[in-house]
Design a binder for this molecule. Structure first.
Ligand code: HEC
Length: 138
């Protein structure tokens, strides 16, 4: 009897370990989109992007975690950017669309409230790379 109950305990332990493993796999797979952690922007450097976000003063309009001066009132918050499905509600949130939007917002969302800031393609790549690293509120 004793042996049998030990065996059962061991079985349950193994089953729960397997269940946790499966749960983590499901989590990593996300809900059908790209795994946010793997979004890479070709030719984009997140650290340079962050500097550009500072110099273009994006946080004067957007809430961006880690930027104390974020107003968060005039424009959508950019927290958890990798989890977004769309750019400006108009195009799938993929690097090439983010880059186009940053360079020329009207090309993705005609009449966009986001101003054309004269961002070059190279700069847009860096900024997009940074956007895909933004987490939640700090
Ligand atoms: C003068 C205010 C202003 C500044 C400065 C500004 N934006 Fe925006 N931005 C907006 C507004 C308004 C929208 C919303 C457009 C819409 O959906 O109508 C927007 C939209 C966006 C979006 C899409 C948001 C979403 O929810 O899909 C991104 C990404 C973005 N801006 C990034 C930036 C970056 C990066 C900078 C700096 C390089 C920047 N913005 C500077 C006003 C601004």
């Amino acid at each position: 009897m004793l042996r049998r109950s030990r065996y059962r305990k061991e079985m349950w332990r193994r089953i729960s370990v397997a269940a946790v493993g499966l749960g983590m796999l499901a989590f990593a797979a996300g809900c059908g989109g790209d795994d946010p952690d793997t979004v890479e922007v070709e030719g984009g450097d997140p650290a340079t992007g962050e500097e550009l976000v500072v110099s273009y003063d994006c946080a004067s309009c957007h809430y961006i975690p880690g930027f104390p001066e974020s107003s968060g009132h005039d424009a959508p918050g950019l927290q958890l950017w990798p989890n977004r499905a769309f750019v400006a509600g108009a195009a799938p949130n993929r690097p090439e669309n983010v880059i186009s939007f940053l360079m020329e917002p009207d090309s993705i969302q005609p009449g966009s409230g986001m101003p054309n800031l004269g961002i070059s393609e190279e700069e847009a790549r860096h900024i997009a790379a940074y956007l895909f690293t933004i987490g939640g509120p700090e």
